[in-house]
Design a protein around this ligand. Structure first.
Ligand SMILES: *Cc1c(COP(=O)(O)O)cnc(C)c1O
Length: 271
């Protein structure tokens, strides 16, 4: 069970530990982003109690990531309304409704099918002030265990899955805004070398450039991205600095902020 009861507070030791971890990660993010542009840091709080999130909120953190729809809903119900929640878990179409009803859901980072996109767009309330940001999950490492659409290569077909999905969201899902791309990548890849750029991150970057070109060619510009660019969500505790150096706009950091997670029985954290 995930504790969502805010009647108890984190102990003062836990509060200091979380604050120190957050400050350190923020500093590392800053140092890795030379160009002055500051990537968004998402604190990945899966399995962690609401009291931990509240402590980080009080330290100024607003963006949090969760992997399970019910856990996100439970936490959103008891935590401050100006938290920006990112859903980063496997998205099942039957979970779209529950997620769509969370008012301060800021982004779904793991969209990978037209079916889920349609379900989500239909489930979102008509009076939502702005469309819901979505990122398309790309399986850059090609592992069967990871979800996501295949990356694009320079010889991609005009009807490649990723392009079709992007087109579907832009043309058929008025309550969604295609904001960018997300990948998990293979950890062995990122740990293999400090000098050579991570191949999965490079593949996501190339995919982003090719998708932007394809959408621009179809005169779909202005209907996606931020200021004409699709954002990239890549980098976790073990590789966020490398990801930022490769041009990541959004990093998702759990363990380095919250400490180790107790794996949930029967659930894979990285699915
Ligand atoms: C759990 C998770 C993270 C955070 O991983 P850490 O290694 O703990 O930083 C990031 N992204 C996704 C998709 C996750 O499932």
């Amino acid at each position: 069970m995930v504790a969502t009861d805010l009647d108890f507070n984190a102990t003062s030791e836990r509060v200091s530990e979380l604050r120190e971890n957050l400050a350190e990660v923020r500093q590392r993010v800053q140092q890795a982003s030379s160009s002055g542009r500051s990537p968004t840091l998402i604190a990945v709080s899966k399995y962690k109690p609401a009291s931990d999130i509240q402590a980080l909120y009080e330290a100024g953190q607003r963006e949090f990531g969760e992997n399970y729809a019910q856990e996100l809903a439970d936490k959103a119900a008891v935590l401050p309304a100006d938290i920006k929640w990112h859903f980063i878990g496997t998205l099942q179409s039957n979970k779209a409704k529950g997620l769509a009803s969370i008012e301060n859901l800021a982004c779904i980072q793991t969209l990978s099918s037209a079916k889920a996109a349609t379900a989500l767009s239909k489930a979102l309330p008509a009076n939502r002030p702005t469309p819901l940001n979505v990122l398309l999950q790309v399986n850059t490492s090609g592992e069967d265990a990871k979800s996501g659409v295949d990356p694009l290569t320079p010889d991609h077909a005009p009807q490649a899955d990723l392009i079709s999905l992007a087109r579907h969201i832009i043309n058929e899902c008025p309550r969604l805004h295609l904001q960018g791309l997300m990948t998990i990548g293979s950890l062995t890849e990122s740990l293999s070398s400090d000098e050579k750029p991570n191949a999965d991150f490079e593949r996501l970057k190339q995919t982003r450039d090719l998708l932007e070109a394809a959408l621009t060619k179809e005169h779909l510009s202005g209907k996606w991205g931020e200021e004409g660019r699709l954002l990239l969500s890549m980098g976790m505790s073990k590789d966020f600095e490398a990801a930022i150096k490769s041009g990541s706009d959004i990093v998702r950091v759990g363990t380095s902020i919250f400490g180790f997670r107790q794996p949930k029985a029967g659930a894979t954290a990285l699915a």
